[in-house]
Design a protein around this ligand. Structure first.
Ligand SMILES: N=CN[C@@H](CCC(=O)O)C(=O)O
Ligand SMILES: [Zn+2]
Length: 397
């Protein structure tokens, strides 16, 4: 099996827990894994030598929150919002109607185009959710399609109570036949615990049914106002609670004393004109923070982790290193994948060779040069992605 030495690295960021950023380093990839990390002056013998010419090398992004199984467009809703209309959960139904009407091939092609767009920008590990079907058949096919394009799939049948059914009957469906239909394809269950979606008791019922089916738990919480989503996530030991825009001091304390990751979604905060999530306060309280895109057609139509990181630095007051860690190791933690043989989001000997090279000497350029796409090359499980694959989304016309 061919081994590849990556050398002339300007700055190596590993996020493996020690020497997170180092100069004069090199690494060797073999069999899809990192075989060696060390001093560039004393590398082991390798079959192939790749010089990155002083550029920065770091883990690929772990985007731990997206909604990529959908059809249709909500740019008119976005324009209205930019003109002053407030975001409300009800907008989800526009995408539900378009998604139900789409064929499997259309949904899969959209998902793959967005996944490739993300990869071209350095994302090597991606979670995505169902949640625009909201009937048994469309949720099942959404989950199956998602499993062919994403690394982790989350069941979000509890996104909104669709038209034509009572909340009680819909909860019975979500926690019964719908859950049974998606279970082969998903590893987490999620619920939108918010005004206009599901209240705390309804959310608890959904999460407990998911847990009984063997799924991990996640919560969309405290996005549009203070509520019980964060407290419920902590109470039930959810892997993450996502959004976290409106936190009380008690929410902060609860998160700080827990293993639940707070996932912040900076692009969504800007696109919905909600206050930015208090990522600085969360980190200061000792909470593990993840940064993700929340790519979806309603509230955050971007696959750019770099945009999210730059926003977290420039507007949420994270340091560059904190933000990049949150977008790699933090995302991995939110997905339960930050340790063990299948760990992602860090570069360590024996771990997956999922990495990217920036067209910049250090990670600081991600925020220092905001809006500039800096990923120059990406390796996924040790294989360098060909430019043709990463440009596929744009070539298809
Ligand atoms: N908040 C709930 N769900 C999505 C948005 C859904 C939509 O408006 O389409 C989110 O994470 O922002
Ligand atoms: Zn979301």
């Amino acid at each position: 099996m061919t081994s590849e030495l990556i050398t002339d690295i300007g700055e190596l960021s590993t996020f493996a827990g020690h020497e997170d950023r180092r100069a004069n380093a090199a690494l060797v990839i073999e069999n899809g894994r990192i075989a060696w990390i060390g001093d560039a002056e004393h590398p082991p013998v390798a079959d192939v030598r790749t010089s990155v010419g002083g550029r920065a090398v770091l883990p690929g992004w772990v985007d731990s929150h997206s909604h990529l199984v959908f059809a249709g467009d909500r740019s008119a809703e976005f324009e209205a919002r930019m003109a002053g209309t407030k975001y409300a959960a009800g907008g989800i139904s526009t995408t539900v109607n378009a998604t139900r009407a789409a064929t499997d091939a259309q949904l899969e092609s959209n998902l793959r185009a967005l996944r490739d767009e993300a990869r071209a920008q350095g994302t090597t590990f991606l979670e995505t959710k169902t949640g625009y079907g909201l009937d048994v058949d469309t949720e099942r096919r959404s989950a199956e399609i998602a499993s062919r394009g994403a690394d982790v799939v989350t069941f979000l049948g509890a996104h909104l109570v669709p038209e034509g059914i009572s909340a009680r009957d819909y909860l019975d469906l979500v926690t019964g036949p719908m859950l049974a239909a998606v279970t082969p394809w998903v590893s987490f269950i999620d619920v939108f615990c918010e005004r206009g979606a599901f209240d705390v008791e309804q959310a608890r019922e959904v999460l407990l049914a998911g847990r009984a089916a063997g799924l991990g738990l996640r919560v969309h919480g405290n996005q549009l106002g203070q509520g019980g989503g964060v407290a419920l996530a902590v109470e039930l030991g959810a892997a993450s609670v996502d959004h976290c825009n409106y936190l009380t001091p008690a929410d902060l304390d609860a998160l700080a004393g827990s293993d639940t990751v707070a996932t912040v979604l900076p692009a969504c905060d800007l696109s919905t004109r909600e206050p930015l999530a208090p990522a600085r306060a969360l980190l200061d309280a000792g909470v593990t923070v993840a940064i993700a895109t929340n790519c979806n057609p309603g509230t955050s139509y971007t696959t750019s982790m770099q945009f999210c990181i730059a926003t977290a630095v420039l507007q949420m007051h994270l340091t560059v290193e904190e933000a990049v860690r949150a977008a790699t190791r933090g995302g991995a933690r939110a997905l339960g994948r930050d340790s063990g043989a299948d760990a992602v989001g860090s570069l360590r000997v024996g771990g997956r060779a999922d990495l990217q090279v920036l067209d910049a000497p250090s990670i600081s350029h991600i925020a220092y040069r905001p809006g500039v796409p800096l990923t120059a090359a990406t390796w996924l499980l040790g294989q360098r992605l060909p430019p043709a694959v990463t440009r596929a989304a744009r070539a298809a016309f």
